[in-house]
Design a protein around this ligand. Structure first.
Ligand SMILES: [Zn+2]
Length: 173
């Protein structure tokens, strides 16, 4: 009898130990999943990088050409977009690299290759790098002050000497 009880007790203990192990595994799995969620929430993981090719346009005008739908006049030059070679319109976040296309119409005449970041929460892309795709190759595009030897991403007075900056094209590869 007592031996049986001991055996039972042993079994029960084993059972409890087993349960503890399961709980530990569940807790570990939950922690792992939580860590994955936390990783996903880090700002640096909220986008993926892409390379797109096309021409930068004002969205309203091109959208009207494509669909016949007219934007209100005050919205005509509000949103810049890349019109890709297949006609898709990709809105551009207007930070200083994006604004470069508003400030300099020469950039809107180029076929460009843009390295962009596409964020999880928005259809707009952020421009990281601008290349012109010309007949004789690809050129990195930025602006240059000869006097100060300073590069900028958009056309504006030089931050150093307040003089004009030149559009600079540098051949790549
Ligand atoms: Zn300067």
């Amino acid at each position: 009898m007592s031996r049986m009880r001991i055996a039972e007790c042993g079994l029960r203990n084993q059972g409890i130990t087993g349960l503890h192990d399961n709980r530990f595994i569940v807790a570990a799995a939950a922690l792992f999943l939580l860590s994955q969620v936390l990783v996903a929430e880090e700002p640096s993981k909220e986008y993926h990088s892409e390379t797109l090719q096309g021409r930068v346009i004002f969205l309203a005008e091109t959208f009207e050409k494509q669909t016949g739908i007219r934007s209100v006049p005050e919205a005509r030059e509000r949103i810049l977009a890349l019109q890709t070679t297949d006609g898709t319109l990709v809105p551009i976040l207007e930070d200083s690299r994006g604004r470069a296309f508003r400030r300099d119409e020469r950039l809107r005449d180029m076929t460009v290759e843009l390295d962009v970041r596409r964020y999880r929460t928005s259809p707009v892309v952020q421009i990281i790098r601008v290349l012109e795709v010309a007949k004789d190759g690809r050129y990195e595009i930025d602006y240059w002050c000869d006097i100060c030897a300073i590069a900028t991403v958009e056309r504006k007075d030089c931050e150093c000497c307040q003089g004009p900056v030149e559009l600079r094209r540098r051949k790549v590869n």
